[in-house]
Design a protein around this ligand. Sequence first.
Ligand code: GLN
Length: 538
Amino acid sequence: MAQYIFVTGGVLSSLGKGITSSSIATLLQHSGYNVSILKIDPYINVDPGTMSPLEHGEVFVTCDGAETDLDIGHYERFLNKDFHKTNNFTTGQVYMSVIENERKGKYLGKTIQIVPHIVDEIKARIRLAGEDRDFLVVELGGTVGDIEGMPYLEAMRQMKHELGSNQVISIHVTLIPLIRAAGELKTKPTQHSVQELRRIGISPQILVARCEKSLDKDLKRKLAMSCDVDDDSVIVAEDTESIYKCPLNFLDEGILIPIARHLKLEKLEPKMDNWNMLVKKIIAPKSHITIGFVGKYLSLKESYKSLIESLIHAGANTDIGVNIKWIDSEALIQEPSLLHNVDSILIPGGFGERGIEGKLNAIKYARVEGIPMLGICLGMQLSLIEFARNVLGLAEADSIEFNPHTKEPVVYLIEDFIDTQGNMQLRTHTSPMGGTMRLGEYECSLKEGSKLYEAYGRASLIKERHRHRYEANPAYRDLFEAHGMVISAQSNGLIEAIELSNHPWFVAVQFHPEFTSRLQRPNPIILEFVKHTLKHKK
Ligand code: GLN
């Protein structure tokens, strides 16, 4: 049976609970344990799939096709393994299950209530995520004191009561604000947050204190005293240059000592040498490159979280510091010079018509000028449109996403894929609002001799994750190929990747390589892109 580490947040959101949870899980994993991790989102949406990227940040996609919170991406990137649908759930899902069970008569005539029925459903889902693991780290979204978080805190309290204090610990991540005028660090908000937790019946054993500068011994002791934790259990989390440094900082702060004591474990000695070396390369790389990132959700960079991280991973493994030049696709139309002085161009995924013209201009510039270019999902669809318009001379070439009546639907919708009954070979999103999407991992075959084939170490079959509704139209395939475009990956007749034969490095893929990139195992395409960017710079 798993031992549970519950991570809650106090004072305010965005304190880095996801990174804290990932870091703790990483230290346990590197100590030789089998660790899993779960994110609970207390909002009512069934999943974040229908939320705007500007509202919620990136929607992460698991291999089994779940649209999840972006923290699941952090978990995979830190722990270097695949997580699944069961590693993230929301209040919407909990209520949906309970209501479905009620309709099926499963509660034998009882009145359905938050306690016990909702709380029991929450506990069952937590246990499921911890099945066959040594540890389950459970991160509760939101802040202690939120109304919507109450049933989850009650579930945590009950689990500790049922399993005993050797099986469950509670870690509270909180903020110690610096009042600049007085130069003072303030502990009162943390005291109040812990009091709120205790009112519900949870006494945290460890505090992770986020602050701008380090806490001295006296302040640590004061916090320990007022929040009733041991003196060694106030772990300071100062701002760092890289999120990947957090596990190392936690280790230095001694977080494993109280964890081992409370969970009755032998001394924990994680092997972090390789990790440490990668972090050093992130912080002080040998060379630097600048990638022009042409996007439209630039007011919330979290919308591109996995892609940003995947560039960092590629850089860490090649000793290259990746500097991103953010280029607003709409601004590009007035100011084409924004593309000058970049070493390569990256066109990420996206939805809807806004910003399309600017991205097409950027793709044309990369194609004509021989600048390394990577297109992802929408980036591939637009590469096809640009090529069709400017090389094949099909002036009306378009995606039916932007022009449903186009005469040249180079990117189109395959009717079979929009069946919401789930009785076809492709997995789709079944929310009527979310429409239908091709989601999760699919296998595709690579063309021998292509850049992609070389990038993946001459593998003929690879698996990558998808999240899109539209597809490249195979009716144009011969025409594209006759003009120098290489179809470098395909699956069941679908075009999954393209590249240009008479260009140093122009690659575009229908899937999202960034979802499978990890610090210790960068994605091969992103790695190759970063290497070619440096080559071009030189
Ligand atoms: N909007 C495009 C589609 O739905 C691309 C999606 C994406 O880039 N993730 O197919």
